[in-house]
Design a protein. Structure first.
Length: 184
């Protein structure tokens, strides 16, 4: 889908932004909360350091590679199944509102969640060194294919072509040669 303006990803997490705003060198020194009566500060490290340490040990040392691959493949298969099912609904030209209703309530967010899980398992596998440099591109492409399929289905679900063009126009969506494009 062509976008105008082109999207940009902000790769700094909230923690890094807070560290910058609070002028601290470590995210663990960010003031998480301050007691209004005593002024006692609770730092990010007080709240999240143990979590970070334990997840790091799991992701880099303890995660079972075979099981992580299995989870990745199961999530990928379920996500593909949902995307394919939605695509089949979109091709159905039956009369009546049954298909439109089924499409409008179709669980694309479930597919999106599965795609995020694939991305998470990719990160675990990468951290465990289970993905070679040459294999990495292919696995990323698999996750990207899921994300693209979901994005296309989401646009169709939220702004179906057979609905009033008013909602589509307000969202900046136009169609040109069968493609969804932003309004110019």
């Amino acid at each position: 889908m062509d976008l105008d303006p082109i999207c940009a990803e902000l790769t700094y997490g909230l923690e890094r932004l807070c560290a910058f705003l609070q002028d601290v060198d470590s995210i663990y020194d960010i003031v998480w909360a301050r007691d209004p009566e005593t002024g006692r500060e609770v730092k990010y490290g007080d709240v999240r350091l143990t979590d970070e340490q334990q997840f790091s040990v799991y992701n880099f040392e303890a995660a079972d590679v075979a099981i992580a691959w299995n989870h990745f493949e199961l999530c990928e298969a379920e996500c593909k199944k949902l995307i394919d099912h939605y695509a089949a609904l979109s091709k159905d030209k039956s009369e009546g509102d049954g298909i439109a209703r089924e499409k409008s309530r179709f669980p694309l967010l479930g597919a999106y969640d599965l795609c995020l899980k694939c991305s998470h398992y990719f990160n675990i596998l990468d951290a465990r060194g289970a993905i070679s440099v040459t294999e990495r591109v292919g696995v990323i492409a698999r996750v990207r294919a899921l994300a693209v399929g979901i994005a296309k289905a989401w646009m169709d679900q939220q702004y179906p072509a057979d609905r009033s063009n008013d909602k589509r126009a307000k969202a900046g969506v136009t169609e040109e040669k069968g493609k969804l494009l932003p309004a110019r």
